[in-house]
Design a protein around this ligand. Structure first.
Ligand code: IMP
Length: 432
């Protein structure tokens, strides 16, 4: 089996970028299979900190091919900016980057529509990153979308104008207007001009039929790492709908988002944080509204890498974690940001939800509009700095107990623990 998958098991921001970066040397190809620039994958190396939104996290490794798969939605402006940033570190980046012609484009009006829909929802708003993700996927499924391959057609700009006109009608219907809307701090018309210019760059990238490329690679014995964005609890089908993103963030998304058959999928590597965070609205049973929550937020620097928004923080939710492991068929767990818990005397773990006199051992359908009360069990904290630890044997015993408690509840082994943001701060537990 040549395709391993890395995905998030919570509400995104689990630190997938760092783990992909750490594991990239073992693979020939790194491929993104869903999501768009709502993602923010943070990587730290040689004292540099970079955030990737659309480009796979293998781009800083010499000789690795990076593929933006058909399941992704792409904003040409954000992509152009990101590529320029990446090229300051790796001037040959575009030689190692392939983009599926089937990738759907995020238009300027998708950004406007995203904001207009959110405004229209009022109190019930999703808390979207406002990057136009949901309107772009909506157009994909309603068969109105424009794809990267379309940029090569002679009638592309007519297609663009026709779709923009359709969007403008909806925007008007929602009581919004492009006139008073700033996109990335720019007036609409200025942003459209930049968007058009960015299409010029995109057209000159290596645009391919990536499903064919990837299947040929598999046939030739190459190894692929599929990089997920967001997290399982934001999945369009299995997350807390409607407070979700608009793609399948789960392992199944690899098959449709890259054109790879299930039998080629090997290891499913699930990433989770030692506690929980969520940005945007929606249920979060273990959320802390007190000083402990604030401490997690400060110690974990829990501010969105895409929007800068403060993330909501809470204890590790084992009920949701076990569900995510099950849905994805995870066989390797990696726990990130363990060091954030270094100074806590007691750490809580949620092992069931109570609602309406009933106990749930999985997140039920009702989680979307009913407040679940979490049942918590306390674990004694290790109260020791682990950021300098260089091997498993140096990890505090109480941290090992925390790990065992998680493994026992979830029925899966933790193979690595991340102890800080840098590439080098990762401890292998040697389970595999
Ligand atoms: P959208 O996909 O930008 O519309 O956002 C929908 C929901 O998913 C919102 O609650 C966002 O905060 C959340 N979300 C989207 N992308 C990410 C991500 O990469 N990390 C964490 N949350 C995300």
């Amino acid at each position: 089996m040549n395709v391993d998958v890395i995905l998030g098991l919570q509400w995104g921001d689990e630190g997938k970028g760092k783990i992909v970066d750490v594991l990239a040397p073992k693979y020939d190809i790194i491929a993104r299979f869903q999501g768009g620039p709502n993602a923010g994958h943070t990587l730290e190396f040689n004292k540099n900190k970079v955030v990737l939104h659309s480009i796979p996290s293998g781009i800083f490794h010499e000789g690795k091919m990076n593929v933006i798969g058909n399941g992704v939605v792409l904003d040409p402006v954000i992509f152009a900016k990101e590529l320029a940033m990446v090229e300051t570190y790796n001037p040959r980046a575009s030689a190692n980057l392939l983009i599926s012609k089937r990738v759907h484009l995020i238009l300027p009006t998708h950004r406007v529509l995203d904001a207009a829909y959110e405004n229209d929802m009022g109190e019930a708003k999703i808390g979207s990153t406002l990057k136009g993700i949901s309107p772009a996927y909506t157009d994909k499924y309603s068969r109105n979308g424009l794809r990267v391959g379309d940029t090569l057609r002679s009638d592309f700009w007519e297609m663009f104008d026709a779709l923009t006109l359709k969007h403008l009608r909806i925007i008007q219907m929602l009581g919004a207007s492009v006139d008073n809307m700033l996109i990335d701090g720019m007036p609409y018309t200025e942003f459209v001009a930049l968007w058009k210019k960015s299409i010029g760059l995109l057209k000159n990238m290596q645009l391919i039929d990536s499903e064919y490329y990837l299947n040929e690679a598999i046939r030739n014995g190459k190894s692929i790492l599929a990089e997920g964005a967001q997290g399982t609890l934001l999945d369009i089908d299995f997350g807390s709908y409607p407070y979700v993103t608009s793609s399948n963030t789960i392992c199944g998304g690899v098959c449709t988002g890259l054109g790879i058959a299930p039998r080629h999928v090997g290891n499913v590597i699930g990433i989770f944080k030692a506690y929980c965070t969520r940005v945007g609205s929606g249920p979060f049973p273990t959320e802390l509204h007190d000083l402990t929550g604030e401490k997690l937020q400060k110690r974990g620097a829990e501010f969105g890498s895409t929007t800068g928004r403060a993330r909501r923080c809470g204890w590790l939710d084992l009920v949701a974690l076990r569900y995510a492991i099950q849905i994805n068929g995870v066989n390797r767990l990696i726990m990130t940001k363990a060091d954030v818990l270094d100074t806590f005397d007691t750490i809580q773990l949620c092992n069931s939800y109570q609602y309406n006199g009933r106990e749930f051992s999985y997140p039920p359908y009702e989680i979307c509009d009913q407040q679940m009360t979490p049942a918590l069990m306390g674990v004694i904290g290790w109260q020791q700095d682990i950021t300098e630890v260089s091997g498993k044997e140096e990890l505090p015993l109480k941290l090992m107990h925390y790990i065992t408690a998680i493994e026992n509840f979830c029925g899966a082994q933790i193979t690595m623990v991340s102890t800080g943001p840098d590439r080098k701060q990762i401890i292998s537990l040697g389970n595999h």
